[in-house]
Design a protein around this ligand. Sequence first.
Ligand SMILES: Cc1cc2nc3c(=O)[nH]c(=O)nc-3n(C[C@H](O)[C@H](O)[C@H](O)COP(=O)(O)OP(=O)(O)OC[C@H]3O[C@@H](n4cnc5c(N)ncnc54)[C@H](O)[C@@H]3O)c2cc1C
Length: 396
Amino acid sequence: MPVIIDKDKCTGCGLCVKACPFKALLIVDKLAQVDEAACTMCGVCGKPRVCPFQAIEVRLDKAKRNRKLDEYRNVWVFAEQKKGVIQGVVYELLGKARQLADIRQQQVWAVLLGRNVGHTTQDLIARGADGVIVVDDPALEHFEDGAYSNVLTRLIRKYKPEAVLTGATAIGRSLIPRVAVQVGTGLTADCTGLDIDGETGLLRQTRPAFGGNIMATILCPNHRPQMATVRHKVMPEAQPDSSRTGQVVKEAFDPGDSFSLSRVLEAITIPEDTVNITEASIIISGGRGMKKPENFALLHDLAKAVGGAVGASRAAVDEGWIPYSHQVGQTGKTVNPKVYIACGISGQIQHLIGMQSADIIVAINKDPDAPMMKIATFALCGDLFEIIPEIIRQAG
Ligand SMILES: Cc1cc2nc3c(=O)[nH]c(=O)nc-3n(C[C@H](O)[C@H](O)[C@H](O)COP(=O)(O)OP(=O)(O)OC[C@H]3O[C@@H](n4cnc5c(N)ncnc54)[C@H](O)[C@@H]3O)c2cc1C
């Protein structure tokens, strides 16, 4: 038995029961006991902070632990949806999940939570899922991190996936760290690359680190599932194949899932045309060089003239000139448009990370040595307040 309870020291206080992510500890006759079948040997209960009486000793049996890890199979994709519409990042995740699962000769499963979402299952299968687990319940109508994370945690404990991928969206970033804590595993946030070792199943999770100056590849060798969030627009979408077939498994919402520290009072929709920069094929972004908020009207005029959306640097957002939902970059959105027009943006690495994969980059800057001017396909050196009105005039 790798988890040993010292009966003389155990007081039956139950703190270890609360700490175990796998519900593998229970109190019987005022003593802690281990449910071997549920224990994954994660080692959490052996940490000194868990048992104040030092009554638990964990003896790591590597062979046994590896056998436990081998119980985890398949790659899961969290099928984020809004009002029953699957979000674009999910198709990107399905494309990558398909590759990873094929290397491991395993399956891809999408996990779909929401209300009246059943009509999307065939779409997920067409994009590469071998199966979809659906929990369709009025309690899941609006995303709410408590209920969603409780449901996903319960499903992970039941089905034991080897890897779980989620979009690094506002929803994914709120949801998945809670799930990772509840199942006692690691999480790599904001990945830009994923690969897998075909033999060991170790997921190589790559993401920018130290302000984007290096790329770090992170492994999660001792815990399962391996969990990662992935930025929108960094991986190609899986193309639909309507001839694909797959399984749909319906799971019920458990009333216990609704426990949450927060409650959704109202869902307010922000008009998509003003903020949906991740989907736009032309983006006109403004930085500190715009000087004041009123000047963003110029960018909106240009966006209207060319059918684009307006983005911004963090400097402009921090100044309060434009809402955060427009921010491009490391702490904003990653975009992949056909044309990106950077107006008065110097091009610091944290901004470039979010837009450098654009097909065509146009920089408008009065400083010819600005980094953005160096990477631009077309660098227009001059005063943006003269150049932009001229472009609008010519586009009109
Ligand atoms: C952890 C971290 C995360 C970050 N995340 C992000 C992020 O997500 N997105 C982001 O953008 N930044 C981010 N930053 C900030 C980033 O480092 C830069 O400070 C920021 O991008 C600079 O914004 P800017 O280019 O608009 O301003 P500046 O660097 O001040 O550049 C303004 C530019 O405007 C030009 N200009 C001025 N007037 C005119 C004119 N009349 N005509 C033409 N050109 C003109 C100037 O020559 C200059 O090049 C982050 C920083 C950190 C530390």
